[in-house]
Design a protein around this ligand. Structure first.
Ligand code: NAD
Length: 418
């Protein structure tokens, strides 16, 4: 993994690349390349052994021109201010490309959750939620899960907020458990939009998804669901990895069985029905039809991109390719379907969850999945229209052209009141 690429600079470069095809004033662009505000915190939390520890935490509200700030909260030892800023910016353009009425935000805590008990994580999460209370709210800023957070953490945040506000406000966070106001289909939504994007892309490129070989880097929520759903539409998942390594079988793995193995043992490595174990780097350069990076940022840099042998890359993770990698893959005619479309299922079903919370009326899973399919296929068509009509170099630039224009329009229509 490249150490050099700063994700915030990658984001700014992606916006500049798109702006080159649009008529946007430089001063507006300057605003849309920087967060409106970033909260930096030091949480002081009691540990089980009686000691007290400090945890750095951030919440970036990047842009609210199209609606409340929206974005996940990440728990990871490498969380940094710039990473959170970048992730919050990607949320702005992600919500815009699928045309849901949100701006973008993101949060993170510098913590390795594996080192902490559930009780410690609850105290850390509730401490963060207490500090976030003045900023968040159903109409202000709506957190969601990200790496190493899930329904449990969202329920703690919701509960802390509601107790402090003496109200019920289930729409203050999304990604909750169904029993706390979560939506059917939310857990699967990111992997589902990854599958839908791959399906649409293969169709657009006149390639067969049935029988296509697939490698998935990162076998967590996004990656494992994408693998299973791709398998359901006939693709052949041949390799998957997690932070401990990769497993490969050219005759195909059983996506569900590998997931169960990982759940039981903590890792995909050692899965007995795989023919071979590979390094993470080897997985990224396998000769497959479809590569899905579904782990973290900067998984593929310019050097590694020279060795990528997949025909199509669909980004389930946020920012898995550095701008250099993007340039190399564009030059080598490898089609990359960008994160802001491919993993937008998570935020889209979060939006459905929030709509259901506001209406206190809950949908069936079938309705959620149908509405998600409509949103992703419409966004895909808008993206490919822009790709063709502006004669753009790649699908990422097309996605940013569509999204940036929508954000610029909203900002211009709102006017600039201090
Ligand atoms: P997760 O924690 O469930 O899974 C991440 C997986 O990546 C884990 O299996 C981990 O072992 C693996 N991993 C970490 N480093 C790796 C490496 N170097 N090589 C191979 N595997 C590695 O997280 P997630 O929710 O699936 O998120 C994954 C990515 O998808 C992130 O970029 C996240 O921002 C993005 N995303 C997730 C959602 C969502 O709803 N879960 C929505 C949008 C985007």
């Amino acid at each position: 993994m490249s150490e050099e690429a700063n994700p915030f600079e990658s984001l700014q470069e992606q916006i500049d690349d798109a702006a080159a095809y649009l008529d946007v004033d430089d001063d507006i662009l300057e605003r849309l390349k920087h967060p409106e505000r970033v909260l930096e915190l030091n949480l002081s939390v009691d540990m089980d052994d009686g000691s007290r520890r400090r945890f750095e935490a951030f919440r970036s509200q990047f842009n609210g021109d199209r609606g409340p700030y929206k974005g996940g909260i990440r728990y990871h030892p490498n969380v940094s201010r710039d990473e959170v800023k970048a992730l919050s910016g990607w949320m702005v353009y992600k919500c815009a490309v699928v045309d849901i009425p949100y701006g973008g935000g993101k949060g993170g805590i510098v913590i390795d959750p594996k080192e902490h008990s559930a009780a410690e994580l609850e105290r850390v999460t509730r401490s963060f939620a207490k500090e976030l209370r003045p900023l968040i709210g159903e109409d202000r800023d709506i957190p969601a899960p990200d790496v190493n957070t899930g329904q449990r953490e969202m329920n703690w945040i919701k509960d802390t907020y509601e107790k402090l506000e003496h109200t019920t406000a289930p729409g203050v966070v999304t990604g909750k458990a169904i029993s706390s106001g979560g939506s059917e289909g939310r857990v699967e939504a990111t992997g589902r939009s990854t599958m839908l994007t791959a399906r649409e892309a293969f169709d657009y490129l006149d390639k067969e998804i049935e029988g296509a070989t697939v490698a998935v880097q990162g076998y967590g929520n996004a990656g494992s669901v994408a693998a299973r759903l791709l398998e359901d539409i006939g693709a052949d998942v041949v390799a998957v990895s997690d932070s401990s390594g990769a497993v490969y079988d050219e005759s195909g793995l059983d996506a569900v069985a590998v997931k169960e193995f990982k759940r039981d043992t903590g890792s995909v490595t050692g899965y007995e029905d795989a023919a071979e174990e590979l390094s993470n780097e080897e997985l990224l350069t396998l000769d497959v039809d479809l590569l899905i990076p579904a782990a973290l940022e900067n998984a593929i840099d310019g050097d590694l991109a020279e060795d990528v042998r997949a025909d199509v890359v669909v980004e389930a993770a946020n920012g898995p390719l550095t701008p250099d990698a993007d340039d190399v893959l564009t030059e080598r005619d490898v089609y990359v379907l960008p994160d802001i479309l491919a993993n937008a299922g998570g935020v889209t079903v979060s939006y459905f969850e929030w709509v259901q919370n506001r209406q206190r009326f809950y949908w069936t899973e079938e309705r959620v999945n149908d509405e998600l399919e409509r949103v992703i296929t419409e966004a895909f068509d808008t993206l490919t229209d822009a790709y063709e009509s502006h004669d753009l170099p790649n699908f990422r630039t097309a996605a940013y052209v569509v999204a940036l224009q929508r954000v610029v329009d909203a900002y211009t229509d709102n006017g600039n009141w201090p």
